[in-house]
Design a protein around this ligand. Structure first.
Ligand code: ADP
Ligand code: MG
Length: 324
C-alpha cells in the first residue's frame, strides 16, 4: 500500500529524516510513535506530498509521490498537525468546499458531506463559523476533511493533541471505525495513545526507525516478568541458599526486612522468563515462608525509553536491518 525506501529529509545541515524505510499494508492501523522532533510530521508531510524529500522514495499504491503526485494524492486523506481550516467559513461551507476540491462528483457531494459530518458528529455545528468552534470541534472538522471521499489511506498527525479525555475517547472510536475499512496511519508522542488503537507500531527516534512490530508483540515482549520483589521470613544465609537452587535467577539484591527475621530480595530473571513458580517452590522446599511477592514486567514506557535512548544504538541498527 505504502512503500518508503531510504527516505532522507535535510533542513540545511539538520537531518530530520535519516534513511527511513518501511512498508505499510492495507487495512491496518499503524502508529508512528516518537518523541517531539523525531521526524514524524516531516515523514507524514512527505508521504502526503506536502513536502519534497531530499532523497529516497515514497510509493502509494504503486504511484511515486514525486513522479505521479496527482494519482498518489488521490489515495490519501490527511489531517496535518495544523488542520487547513478556513476560519471565516461555516462548517458546512467548508465541507462543501473540500468536497469540490477533492473532486467528488457533483451529484454525490451533498450526500458525501452529510455522511462524513454525521460520522464525525459535526452536524450540530454546520452553520457555525469555524473560528467560533472549540478545539475539539475544530479537530473533528479537520478529521472530516481528511475522511471525505473515503480515500484508501487516512493519515492523522497527532489527532488527539490538545483534546480533553472525553474527546480523546471519541476520536479513538472514530479511528478504530475508520480502521475497519481503511488503512490509517497516526502519529503521537504518547505511547498509550498509539497502543490503544494501532495494530502495528513504528517507533521513530531522531529520524530513524528504531522498532517495528505489532502492538501485540511489543506488549508481549514487555509482559514477561523480569523483576521480582520478595519479602521472606528467613535469615540472610538461608535465603541465599534457597536462591542458589533457582538457575534462572540472574542477579539479586538482599537487604534486611523491616520486621525482625525477614529479608527483602530484589531479583531479576532473564527477559521473558517467568520465575515466580520456581521462586515459590525453592523457598517452600527450604521451609522459608514468602510473605510477599511482587512481580513487575517492563512497561511499554520503559521499552520506549530504552529504544529511543542512545544506548540502544546497536539494537536499533539490528532492528533497522530487519525492517529494511
Ligand atoms: P515530530 O513531528 O516527530 O515532532 P518533526 O518532523 O516536526 O518532528 O521535526 C523533525 C526535526 O526537523 C526537528 O528537529 C525539527 O526541529 C526539524 N524541522 C521541522 N521542520 C523544519 C523546518 N521547516 N525547518 C527546519 N527544521 C525543521
Ligand atoms: Mg509533529
Amino acid at each position: 500500500m505504502i512503500e518508503i525506501n531510504h527516505l532522507v529529509k535535510k533542513y540545511g545541515d539538520h537531518i530530520a529524516v535519516n534513511d527511513l524505510s518501511l512498508n505499510i499494508e492495507s487495512g491496518k492501523i499503524y502508529g508512528f510513535l516518537g518523541p517531539n522532533g523525531a521526524g514524524k510530521s516531516t515523514t507524514m508531510n512527505i508521504i502526503t506530498g506536502y513536502l519534497g524529500a531530499t532523497s529516497g522514495e515514497v510509493k502509494i499504491n504503486g504511484f511515486d509521490v514525486l513522479a505521479q503526485p496527482e494519482e498518489a494524492k488521490k489515495c490519501v486523506g490527511y489531517l496535518p498537525e495544523l488542520p487547513p481550516l478556513y476560519m471565516d467559513m461555516t462548517v458546512l461551507e467548508y465541507m462543501n468546499f473540500v468536497a469540490e476540491l477533492k473532486q467528488i462528483p457533483k451529484d454525490k457531494r451533498k450526500s458525501s458531506v452529510k455522511e462524513v459530518m454525521e460520522l464525525t458528529k459535526i452536524m450540530d455545528m454546520k452553520d457555525r463559523l469555524i473560528r467560533n468552534l472549540s478545539k475539539g470541534y475544530r479537530q473533528r472538522v479537520g478529521f472530516a476533511q481528511a475522511v471525505i471521499g473515503y480515500p484508501e489511506v487516512i493519515i492523522l498527525d497527532e489527532p488527539t493533541v490538545g483534546l480533553d479525555p472525553k474527546q480523546i475517547i471519541e476520536i479513538r472510536e472514530l479511528i478504530k471505525k475508520l480502521g475497519e475499512k481503511h488503512t490509517v496511519i497516526l502519529s503521537s508522542h504518547i505511547l498509550s495513545e498509539i497502543s490503544a488503537v494501532c495494530d502495528h507500531i513504528f517507533i521513530i527516534s531522531k529520524g530513524k526507525l528504531v522498532a517495528s512490530d505489532s502492538t501485540e508483540n511489543l506488549t508481549l515482549m514487555m509482559s514477561g516478568v523480569q523483576e521480582i520483589e520478595l519479602l521472606v521470613k528467613a535469615e540472610e544465609e538461608a535465603a541465599k541458599e534457597a536462591l542458589r537452587t533457582i538457575s534462572q535467577v540472574q542477579k539479586y539484591h538482599m537487604t534486611k526486612g523491616n520486621e525482625e527475621g525477614t529479608v527483602k530480595i530484589l531479583l531479576s530473571a532473564e527477559k521473558g522468563v517467568d520465575i515466580r513458580e520456581a521462586v515459590f517452590f525453592a523457598f517452600a522446599d527450604a521451609k522459608l515462608p514468602i510473605l510477599e511477592m511482587k512481580a513487575e514486567g517492563k512497561s511499554l514506557e520503559e521499552i520506549f525509553l530504552e529504544l529511543t535512548s542512545q544506548k540502544a544504538g546497536a539494537a536499533q541498527r539490528k532492528e533497522q536491518e530487519v525492517v529494511a
